[in-house]
Design a protein around this ligand. Structure first.
Ligand code: PLP
Length: 385
């Protein structure tokens, strides 16, 4: 640290220089991210609430009420009247909380120690972190021919050690929705905790279903679903960090509660202590401002762009891995491997990511990617071989 104070302008100059090294969503070159530029109104509100701490909710009663309202509105989207949950830092923290709730619940009510969780091969790596931190063993269910969690494989993996089953509504690599209704039934029949990771799909599927898209049910209307991860900082247009975790019953929070002696609440069920109230306020603001109408328009535009990209890729000889269910297109070329395509696109300034299962280029059609960017991308894709 410097001995003396430094002029703000000098500091800002240095920070701006470093910030200029970052890619900017607005350039439409970030093609593999599940985050996007937050809505301007959400950013404005975020700043107003920047000093609030929901780790000590007795001091920030108003902000705590805002968080409760956000959880209630997200609950409405997910077909539950009285959800219990929090706005957290992202999908990773939300998933860790869900698995912690499942583990503690199984320990308390079934006496399971050293349990197992069943996740699909396509699950986000956050479950590996959760299992590591919570001392659980991961069993990976295989995928069927359509890259979705195989229901028979789940049945075979269930044992008296199973503390949770996880399925995905909007997989990270292909944007696909697992057969959640069937898996929910299996979990319910076997009295096993069932978590749905809708970090990506949660702010898209409900609106698409209402518009008539043929997508499956994935939410609390299925009686086996115990918790859902749904991230405002992905398709919800809230500023980072804003993840969401919703539980069906309060007892899932109770089994995680630890005493929090010096604070204004007696117990705490979240993983982190001090936590941002700004994320809740910003999420509240953007959800109110856009409403169902605004979100429906955003996802409709993204789906139109998805269709445009898929059709144009096929026209120029690329092979699309699967029919997109959400706003994500994964593809390969018969003559060049995905890593090579990614490298060549990088030379043109496009930042794509490569999926591992199956290996393919994946493009997430987030709000910052517009039709003109896609037209340019298709032209560049024609040139690279
Ligand atoms: N779950 C899914 C399905 C995801 O796609 C992601 C991230 O892309 C996560 C969880 C983790 O979310 P975060 O990066 O916000 O922690």
């Amino acid at each position: 640290m410097d001995e003396k104070q430094i002029d703000k302008d000098v500091i800002l100059k240095e920070l701006n220089e470093l910030h200029n090294l970052d890619y900017d969503y607005r350039d439409g070159r970030i093609l593999g991210s599940m985050c996007t530029e937050a809505h301007p109104f959400a950013k404005e509100v975020y700043y107003k609430f920047i000093d609030t701490n929901l780790g000590d909710p007795g001091l920030f009663k108003g902000t705590k009420l805002i968080e409760s309202k956000v959880i209630e509105s997200i609950g409405e989207l997910l077909s539950i009247n009285k959800p219990y949950g929090y706005i957290v830092t992202g999908g990773t923290e939300a998933n860790i909380m869900a698995i912690r709730a499942a583990r503690n619940h199984a320990r308390k009510y079934k006496g399971i120690i050293g349990g197992e969780i069943i996740i699909p091969e396509s699950a986000h790596f956050s479950f590996k972190k959760a299992a590591d931190m919570l001392n659980l063993k991961i069993l990976e269910a295989s995928l069927d021919d359509n890259y979705k969690m195989d229901v028979d494989s789940v049945k075979h993996l269930i044992s008296d050690k199973t503390v949770a089953i996880v399925a995905i509504a909007g997989t990270t690599e292909l944007g696909l929705i697992d057969p959640i209704e069937e898996i929910s039934k299996i979990a319910h029949d076997n009295n096993i905790y069932f978590h749905v990771d809708a970090a990506f799909g949660g702010f898209a599927i409900p609106f698409l279903r209402e518009m008539g898209f043929n997508l499956p049910v994935f939410d609390f209307s299925l009686e086996g679903v115990c918790s859902i991860t749904i991230d405002p900082h992905k398709m919800g247009l809230a500023p980072i960090p804003a993840g969401g975790i919703l539980f069906r019953k309060e007892e899932y929070l109770d089994v995680m509660a630890v005493d929090s002696p010096y604070l204004t609440t007696k117990t705490q069920s979240t993983i982190v202590g001090t936590r941002s109230g700004a994320a809740s306020a910003a999420t509240y603001a953007v959800m109110k401002y856009l409403g169902k109408e605004g979100y429906s328009k955003l996802i409709k535009d993204a789906m139109n762009n998805t269709k445009f990209l898929k059709e144009n890729l096929e026209k120029i000889g690329y092979e699309v891995i699967c029919e997109p269910e959400l706003n994500l297109v994964a593809f390969n070329h018969p003559n060049i491997c995905a890593d090579e395509i990614a490298k060549k696109l990088d030379v043109f300034g496009w930042k794509v990511s490569v999926a591992k299962c199956p290996v393919a280029i994946r493009i997430v059609l987030m709000n910052h990617i517009k039709l003109n960017h896609l037209k340019e991308l298709v032209e560049d894709l024609k040139e690279i071989f």
